[in-house]
Ligand binder design. Structure first.
Ligand code: HEC
Length: 127
């Protein structure tokens, strides 16, 4: 291969890397779905309450407001409305965001949180 071809290949793979990085920063819903199955589905489902409340439509919803789910007093009185920023803070450290809440896990990786939130955003209810 001559050096020109080599440079061209380098440029192409660099562009690919940039794109991958952009997807990462924004969060990738498909990756988020896999993470959700691994890290959230033990306690959460879309349509029904389990150990944790149902998640369908969670982005844009008032915290602690799913009918029939018994929340901690702390979360039901929190007055939060879930958006990307608050979900990120919740997943990073629920107890710091809402002291007295009762979700016992956290997601230390910012990248994983971004993927998970991208996935949660796809779960919209038709209103
Ligand atoms: C061990 C069980 C468990 C796991 C695993 C778990 N959760 Fe939870 N989650 C809970 C419980 C319990 C609550 C209710 C907290 C409260 O009432 O204080 C909750 C509440 C929430 C809420 C607030 C919902 C609302 O209606 O206000 C969000 C958002 C949430 N969880 C996201 C997640 C995500 C995303 C994952 C996976 C990364 C996850 N949870 C994993 C148990 C869990």
């Amino acid at each position: 291969m001559n050096s020109r071809t080599y440079l061209l290949m380098l440029a192409v793979s660099f562009t690919g890397m940039q794109e991958a990085r952009a997807a990462q920063a924004a969060g990738d819903a498909a990756v988020g779905q896999v993470l959700y199955q691994a890290k959230c589905a033990a306690c959460h489902a879309m349509q029904f309450n389990g150990v944790g409340p149902a998640h369908l439509g969670v982005v844009g919803r008032k915290a602690g407001s799913v009918d029939g789910y018994i929340y901690s007093v702390a979360l039901s009185k929190s007055d939060l409305v879930w958006n990307e920023k608050l979900l990120d803070a919740w997943l990073r450290n629920p107890e710091k965001l809402v002291p007295g809440q009762k979700m016992g896990i956290s997601i230390p990786s910012a990248r994983e949180r971004a993927h998970l939130i991208a996935y949660l955003k796809t779960l919209k209810v038709d209103r």
